[in-house]
Each structure stands twice: as structure tokens, then as C-alpha cells.
Write a protein that binds this ligand. Structure first.
Ligand SMILES: C[S@@+](CC[C@H](N)C(=O)[O-])C[C@H]1O[C@@H](n2cnc3c(N)ncnc32)[C@H](O)[C@@H]1O
Ligand code: SF4
Ligand code: SF4
Length: 372
């Protein structure tokens, strides 16, 4: 009896200690990765043009074809160059935008890219994924799709600027799922104050669609996003508890995870996603933007561009550039100076760190009520 009571008291302490031991090992792994910086994940921002006008769009995309957009010939040359210097089949390529399906030559570019063995997938709002388009893209070697669907019809349309987006997106998902050769479709949902109390409703929609994975995230204060779209501490904790509970359920029918956004601290790291937090921009991840600019991830400030694929050899830039990305000593900068969890967080996501401010424009740990 006494022993049982003792165990009950010890359990949370043990869980806390285990959590930190795991975080520590995770950090050591991160440090080894910085030293070796093996390129594992590449983004290609296929265009900066978009057919929707989402309130939260971090890239502030516009309706016109952007000036300087890489031509199909330049895209092919860029990926030929990368494939000559790296093992393409070890690299996961996410094709994003803007809305990538607005490129009429997308399938032509994809066929040339996947010919080298890149493991490619497309991130899309789904509105242009007709049966014909889905067939064409699968034939071009793209079996993976991530489609943004942010909630029930009214909430999705509100965030996505109307345009009957919900109906068009869900039709696109059905078209993708119905295309032979599509291996995996996942739904991406941006959760905000209007949808935080409608998670179960959204979950039912995701189940009914029949996709394999549901990834949830919150809105970053970048681009067009304004404060009305951010979750407060209780709302953010509610979202993470929702995800953690489902991940702990061995009978949950699909894969579910919170994205790699921000350091979350105890008890969330490892329970809401398969790994701990590590912003690996410039360490394992790089991007080729719509105009050929090379940087860490598509949301990065232009200040952190490292070169351009039209004029630079990507391999040279990867090997000898990205210095600021690989040196995250944020100590001494006012924003993270005295932070008690700096060891695990290292200043958060690189695209949210503001050099002028000397700190992050947004700290997820603080958003959860943590005291950095
Ligand atoms: C930039 S979009 C590009 C692909 C496509 N147009 C789409 O919406 O899926 C890629 C993902 O970023 C998300 N996103 C856009 N702005 C964001 C922001 N401010 N914070 C967090 N995620 C954002 C979108 O919701 C989408 O899931
Ligand atoms: S989030 Fe995607 S669909 Fe919405 S405006 Fe931005 S690029 Fe377009
Ligand atoms: S203050 Fe900086 S290091 Fe600390 S949790 Fe926030 S972003 Fe991370």
C-alpha cells in the first residue's frame, strides 16, 4: 500500500526527468547534425502566385506571375545541378508556393525532377486538383500530397478569403485520393481562435475524407497574418492536449501530429510529434525560392538569402554558406539572453528570429505560459 502511494508520487518526477534526458540526447544529435549538415529536405517554391487570398498567408502571395520566376528550363537545370552533386534519392523534396498548381508547366518540371530520384511531394490548397491534373502529376512521379484544409466549411472559407474554397479543396482531395498511383494524402490545418473549439468537428471531416495523416499547426506572425489569428495560452494548450491524447491512442485511425513549429517544453515535446523541436533550416533543410534564391526555408527573411541557383552552384552554397544558420548562439541577444530552456530551443524557429529586435518575434514556449 505504502509502496503503491510512493510510486504514484514518484511517477510525475520520473516522467519529468526522463523527458529532460531525452531532450538532452536530442540536442546532442542536433549538434552533430550542425557539424555534418547533411541535406535531407529541400523546398522548391514553384511560384509566388496564388489563386486564393488567405488572411494568414505568411508569404503574402499575389495574383500575378512574379517577376524573375524560374522558367521550366531553369528549374530543370537547377535540379540537374543538385542531382549531380547530391544523392537525389536521399532528399525529400516539398514543392510549395504560392499555389504550385498555378504553374502550367508543373508536370513537365516534376517529371524532370523526379527522373533524378528526388522523393517529391506537393503542398497545395487543392482547389486546382482536377482529375486530369492529378493524373498528370502522378504520371510525372508525384505520389505524395499535402492539402490545406483549415476547418469546417464556413471557417475554412473565412480564412481562405471566400472563393468557395472549401468545396473546391475537398473536391481536390477526393480527386487525388481517387487517382491510381497516389500513395499518400495528408491534410494540413491551421488552427486559430475561430476553429480551436471546433477540433472534433474538423476531425470528423478529416476522417470522412479518408486521408492518411492530419497535421495541425498554429499561425505564425509573418506575412499577412495579424494578431487576431493567434491562439492564447489556454487555447494553445487545448490544441496540444487534443493532439497528444490522440497520439497516445493506439486505435486512433490515422496519423496525427503537431508540426515542427517552436519549442514547447514539458510535457509536450515528443508527445505531440514524433521528435523533439529542432529548427533545421540550413542544417538539414534548404529552399530554392520562385526566383532561384537559395535559403533555409521558404518563410525566411530575404536578409538570410545565401545565393541564387541561376548564378551559384548549390553545392558550394550549401557547403560554404549558411554560416548564420549553423551558429545559433543567441545568448547575449536580449530576446533569449536569460532563457532557462535556451539549451533545448536555441532561439526557436530561424524564420521567427529578428536580428534587429535581438529576439524571436514569437516564442511558442512563452505562448504556452512558460517562463523563459
Ligand atoms: C504557404 S502555403 C503554400 C501551399 C498552398 N498554397 C497551400 O496553401 O497549401 C503552405 C502552408 O503554409 C501555411 N501557412 C501560410 N501562412 C502561414 C502562417 N502565417 N503561419 C503558419 N502557416 C502558414 C498554409 O496554411 C499552408 O498549409
Ligand atoms: S496560404 Fe497558400 S493558398 Fe493561401 S494565399 Fe498563401 S499560398 Fe495561397
Ligand atoms: S526565449 Fe528564445 S530560447 Fe527561450 S524559449 Fe523563447 S525562443 Fe526559445
Amino acid at each position: 500500500m505504502i509502496r503503491k502511494g510512493f510510486r504514484k508520487v514518484l511517477a510525475p518526477i520520473r516522467s519529468f526527468v526522463d523527458h529532460h534526458a531525452r531532450l538532452h540526447r536530442w540536442r546532442q544529435k542536433g549538434d552533430r547534425l550542425v557539424a555534418n549538415h547533411p541535406l535531407k529536405h529541400l523546398f522548391w517554391e514553384a511560384t509566388f502566385q496564388c489563386n486564393l487570398t488567405c488572411r494568414h498567408c505568411g508569404s503574402s502571395c499575389g495574383s500575378r506571375i512574379p517577376e524573375g520566376l524560374l522558367t521550366a528550363a531553369e528549374v530543370k537545370a537547377a535540379f540537374q545541378q543538385i542531382a549531380d552533386d547530391f544523392m537525389a534519392r536521399k532528399i525529400v523534396l516539398s514543392i510549395t508556393g504560392g499555389e504550385p498548381l498555378l504553374r502550367k508547366d508543373l508536370a513537365e518540371c516534376c517529371a524532370a525532377i523526379t527522373f533524378h530520384g528526388f522523393r517529391a511531394g506537393i503542398v497545395t490548397n487543392g482547389t486546382l486538383a482536377t482529375e486530369e491534373r492529378a493524373r498528370e502529376l502522378v504520371d510525372a512521379g508525384i505520389p505524395h500530397y499535402a492539402v490545406s484544409l483549415d476547418g469546417p466549411p464556413d471557417a475554412h472559407d473565412w480564412l481562405r478569403g471566400g472563393n468557395n474554397a472549401y468545396d473546391r479543396t475537398t473536391r481536390g482531395i477526393h480527386n487525388l485520393l481517387g487517382t491510381r498511383g497516389v500513395k499518400h494524402v495528408e491534410v494540413l490545418s491551421c488552427i486559430h481562435p475561430r476553429t480551436i473549439d471546433r477540433l472534433e468537428e474538423t476531425e470528423k471531416i478529416v476522417f470522412d475524407l479518408g486521408v492518411g495523416t492530419w497535421r495541425l499547426f498554429i499561425i505564425d506572425p509573418i506575412g499577412r497574418a495579424d494578431e487576431g489569428l493567434y491562439l492564447d495560452s489556454p487555447q494553445f494548450r487545448k490544441l496540444l492536449a487534443f493532439v497528444a491524447e490522440r497520439r497516445a491512442d493506439p486505435n486512433y485511425p490515422i496519423r496525427i501530429a503537431f508540426t515542427e513549429q517552436g519549442y514547447l517544453g514539458f510535457p509536450y515535446e515528443f508527445s505531440v510529434r514524433p521528435s523533439g523541436f529542432m529548427c533545421d533550416a540550413g542544417i538539414r533543410t534548404a529552399s530554392v525560392l520562385y526566383d532561384g534564391a537559395i535559403c533555409g526555408c521558404p518563410s525566411m527573411s530575404r536578409r538570410l538569402l545565401q545565393g541564387n541557383i541561376k548564378t551559384d552552384r548549390f553545392w558550394e552554397v550549401w557547403q560554404h554558406g549558411f554560416k548564420e544558420y549553423r551558429n545559433r548562439t543567441r545568448e547575449g541577444r536580449p530576446g533569449c539572453a536569460s532563457c532557462g530552456v535556451f539549451e533545448y530551443c536555441r532561439g526557436g524557429c530561424m524564420h521567427l528570429f529578428d536580428e534587429e529586435l535581438g529576439g524571436p518575434v514569437h516564442c511558442h514556449y512563452k505562448q504556452l505560459g512558460g517562463k523563459p
